[in-house]
Design a protein around this ligand. Structure first.
Ligand code: AMP
Ligand code: MG
Length: 345
């Protein structure tokens, strides 16, 4: 199959809508990462999303809408969700709802809940409006690779597998949406993202809990609240190790670890804050962004992880950010890229 990579304009949006209506897949930009969309009400189309990504069938998809009226056909909306939708939709917040039978089981991997989000990216919004369908869409990467934040990343993974990629430039947030569970007692973040715990609490006026496995691996007998947490995600091919501690000690330890690896003949690098690029200039430094700007670090992270593979890095040592605000989402993705391997400096 030939894969078209087109700038988004009226013509390509109308092609995207035709493809989605006829059961085919379209990759499209959102403010979080690029999504791989199918008509959420067409089980065969949704199945082909799993095939194109090599995604395990028990990992459910998020349904994307452009208008709240679309919820009527999909799920029951509790009152608690209303102020959240007022505050954060359109935007990078996914909410779980009790699903109606119209939503095929392949979308939710058989779960009684459906995850829904209204993206704010103008191209995503225009595509959803033009096709006027709920669109089930995971990130548009091959399963296990970092999520795509540029159209060229999607092409790397999906060339020959899907008919169309809409190019909308770099994604703003750069990490997947916050997934919030309101269906099982206290509001709980299953996956942290651009809408932070603090932002949710300021609207809900109650404590928001964090799923246990956000900053550590699942225990062997632990049930994954969010099925995606079971899988190895965001893993570059090289081994990533996180180095924690006070800034000076971390810089010294990064240098020592880098030198050890190079002495053993392994291709190695460090991921460090912009502020440490100069002191670590002999250690193949990769700039993850300023330590004072976790949103910038989030925005760059997946691009950096993809670059490590292209450069053939075998050992990677990274600084960490405090797991607060957007830093929590950064540490969730970085932690998983490192299989939660952490050294104290
Ligand atoms: P991705 O499409 O790669 O952003 O992944 C979507 C993630 O949303 C999945 O990996 C799940 O962890 C989560 N998710 C989607 N639907 C549900 C659901 N019904 N219950 C819990 N988590 C969900
Ligand atoms: Mg994904």
């Amino acid at each position: 199959m030939e894969t078209l990579l087109l700038p988004s304009n009226e013509e390509s949006l109308s092609l995207a809508a035709d493809l989605l209506r006829s059961g085919q897949l379209v990759a499209f930009p959102t403010e979080t990462v690029y999504g791989l969309g199918a008509n959420a009400l067409d089980p065969d189309a949704v199945l082909s999303v799993f095939a194109a990504k090599g995604r395990p069938a028990d990992n459910p998809l998020i349904v994307h809408i452009h208008d709240r009226s679309q919820l009527n056909g999909l799920c029951a909306v509790p009152d608690a969700a209303l102020p959240l939708m007022d505050a954060f939709w359109p935007g990078p917040l996914t909410i779980l709802f009790e699903k109606f039978p119209a939503v095929p089981d392949v979308v939710t991997a058989g779960l009684p809940t459906v995850a829904v989000r209204m993206p704010s990216h103008p191209v995503a919004a225009a595509m959803l409006r033009t096709c006027d369908l709920p669109v089930a869409a995971p990130s548009a990467n091959s399963s296990g690779r970092p999520s795509p934040t540029l159209a060229s990343h999607v092409l790397e993974d999906m060339q020959g597998k899907i008919p169309l990629i809409l190019d909308g430039g770099p994604c703003d947030v750069g990490l997947e949406s916050t997934v919030l569970d309101l269906c099982h007692g206290a509001p709980t973040i299953l996956r942290p993202g651009g809408v932070t715990k603090e932002m949710l609490e300021s609207v809900l006026h109650t404590e928001v809990l964090l799923a246990g496995s956000i900053l550590r691996p699942l225990k062997p007998d632990e049930k994954a609240l969010s099925p995606g947490m079971r899988y190895k995600h965001y893993a570059p091919k090289g081994q990533v190790t996180l180095v924690e501690g006070d800034a000076e000690a971390v810089v010294a330890r990064l240098r020592e670890l880098y030198r050890q690896e190079v002495a053993l003949g392994r291709k190695s690098c460090v991921l460090c804050f912009s502020e440490h690029m100069d002191v670590l200039r002999d250690c193949c430094p990769h700039d993850i962004g300023s330590r004072n700007d976790p949103r910038e670090i989030a925005h760059r992270l997946f691009n950096t992880l993809r670059a490590l593979d292209e450069e053939g890095m075998e050992s990677v040592f990274s600084e960490v950010v405090p797991p607060e605000g957007v830093g929590l989402a950064v540490m969730n993705r970085l932690g998983r890229a490192a299989a939660f391997r952490v050294i104290q400096a």
